[in-house]
Structures are given as structure tokens and as C-alpha cells.
Design a protein around this ligand. Structure first.
Ligand code: PAF
Length: 278
């Protein structure tokens, strides 16, 4: 496995792999790799011949008051995990490699970026669509692997690829949970013991919602039950509870093919998200 810091080195390694007839899988990450990321890596390894993982804490997707500075950076441990899983290349650029002096190129996509996370974090998705477009171009990937944990991000990336006719195929991968139900996230590292315990109300409330939906409860009743379950934990503060169309993330209509329940809530000062398709 090679760890590269420059665009040029990644391009050369990918070109050599492609010249040998290999398909290229790409796993974009911000590092602090956990089992959720490693599941993306394993899926890429199962579906593609050559796997590139990017480790880049992307400054343009953090708001001015968000956790860019304190976001965990653990490249050595990340590289060890990737090596064990048979990753071919890690791309770990410095911010100046991705955004050199005078940089001013942006990818903006409307619709699905404007609600929920987009409302709470107004510049977030422009940073994600921009960095992912750059990374798709740099890696020349045939397939890119995204977790369903960031459900809206997955919708945004699928729309970006569709709207801009990118040739990369986006492959969604299921959420990985700890044994107690907490969805794995690099931000779980910020939680105290009590906050972590409190945060379990998120997966509990998703299960309540799934059961109620199966039994035919209406969406308003489900939303009320989910809200009550999260509010039962004094350390939790809800940002949103949304039951929306699984594609557009707008109101559910007769044409909706699926309903997704999306949650965002603070455990202490840590903002967590979780979701399930109903
Ligand atoms: O999901 C993430 O970790 C990031 O948003 C991504 C896709 C790596 C872009 O920086």
C-alpha cells in the first residue's frame, strides 16, 4: 500500500492500474477510520480490483463555528487499518494541495441540498459536492462507496453525479452500528460516557418508528413518538426529526416510493445524525 500526498502521484498510480485492466474503487473519508469506513473499504475490495481511500478533513464543508480544528486526525492508525484490508492507495493531501492559493472553483447542486442538514449547515453541501467532484476527477474511480449513515449526503452525491453526467457509479453501503445500537461515527469520540448512553435513544427511536410504521401508524403519530423518546433523555437536544420522501427529502406524497426517517440531535455539544428507511 502506498500513501500519497499529491494529486500527481495518485493519478500516476491509478493510470498504471487501469493500464493493467483493473477497475478502480474509491472510498472518500475524513479519516478517524472505524468499522463503518472499513465496511466501505471491504465492499470496494469485493467489487473492484484496485481501491483508493482518501483521508482528508475537508475545510470547505465545515461552518465557521464547527469542529474543523478539533476533528480527529489519526493518519498512522488509519493507514494501518487500510493496509490490513488490502487497500492499494491512500490519498492524504494537505489542504493546500486541494485548495491552492487563489482556488475558486465550486460545485453547487440545488434541491436536495437545501433542506435539513442544508438548512442547519448552509455551506456544508457545497463543500462536500466540490471536494467529491475533485476527488472523483483525481482518482478516476469507476465506483465510489458512500455510507447510508449520511443519508442526505448520499442523496446529494447521487444527484450531483446524475445532474453533471459524471461517469462514477455511486454504491450505497448500510449503516454499521455498535452492539448497543449507536451508529458508528468519528464524532462518537467526543461523547462522554453519559452522553453516549443518552445517544442510544436515537437508534431506540428508529426501532419504535419502524414498528409503528409496520403496524400502520400515521407519520404524525410516528414523529410524536420519536420526539418523545429522544426528549426523554435530558442530555439530548433535538435539531430535527423528519419523515420525508426517501429520494427528494421533501414532504411524502402519493408518488413517494419510500419514506425515510432522518434524525439530528445534540448529545451534550456533539451533533449526531441517524436514519432509517421505513
Ligand atoms: O462523509 C464524509 O466523511 C465526507 O463528507 C466526505 C464524503 C469524505 C467528503 O469530505
Amino acid at each position: 500500500m502506498k500513501v500519497f500526498n499529491t494529486v500527481k502521484e495518485v493519478r500516476e498510480a491509478v493510470a498504471a492500474a487501469k493500464a493493467r485492466g483493473k477497475s478502480v474503487g474509491f472510498v472518500p473519508t475524513m479519516g478517524a477510520l472505524h468499522e463503518g469506513h472499513m465496511t466501505l473499504v471491504r465492499t470496494s475490495r469485493a467489487m473492484c480490483d484496485f481501491t483508493v481511500v482518501s483521508v482528508f478533513v475537508n475545510p470547505t464543508q465545515f461552518g465557521p463555528t464547527e469542529d474543523f480544528d478539533k476533528y480527529p486526525r489519526t493518519l498512522d492508525a488509519d493507514a494501518e487499518k487500510c493496509e490490513k484490508e488490502g487497500v492499494d492507495v491512500i490519498f492524504a493531501p494537505a489542504p493546500s494541495e486541494m485548495y491552492p492559493e487563489g482556488y475558486d472553483g465550486w460545485v453547487t447542486v440545488g434541491g436536495v441540498t437545501e433542506v435539513l442538514e442544508g438548512e442547519a449547515r448552509p455551506t456544508h453541501f457545497r463543500g462536500v459536492t466540490t471536494v467529491c467532484t475533485k476527488l472523483f476527477n483525481i482518482t478516476g474511480a469507476d465506483k465510489a462507496f458512500f455510507g447510508r449513515k449520511d443519508y442526505q449526503q448520499l442523496c446529494v452525491i447521487k444527484k450531483t453525479v446524475r445532474d453533471l453526467n459524471m461517469s462514477v457509479e455511486i454504491v450505497p453501503v448500510d449503516i454499521v452500528r455498535d452492539v448497543d445500537g449507536l451508529a458508528l461515527s468519528s464524532r462518537n469520540k467526543y461523547l462522554s460516557g453519559d452522553e453516549r448512553k443518552a445517544a442510544l435513544c436515537l437508534s431506540r427511536s428508529l426501532n419504535i418508528a419502524k414498528d409503528m410504521y409496520k403496524e400502520g401508524a400515521d407519520l404524525a403519530a410516528i414523529k410524536e413518538a420519536v420526539t418523545k423518546e429522544i426528549e426523554s433523555e435530558p442530555l439530548m437536544k433535538i435539531d430535527y426529526v423528519a419523515l420525508v420522501d426517501g429520494d427528494t427529502l421533501r414532504e411524502v406524497t402519493a408518488e413517494s416510493e419510500g419514506v425515510v426517517l432522518l434524525l439530528a440531535a445534540y448529545a451534550g455539544s456533539t451533533r449526531l445524525i441517524d436514519n432509517t428507511l421505513l
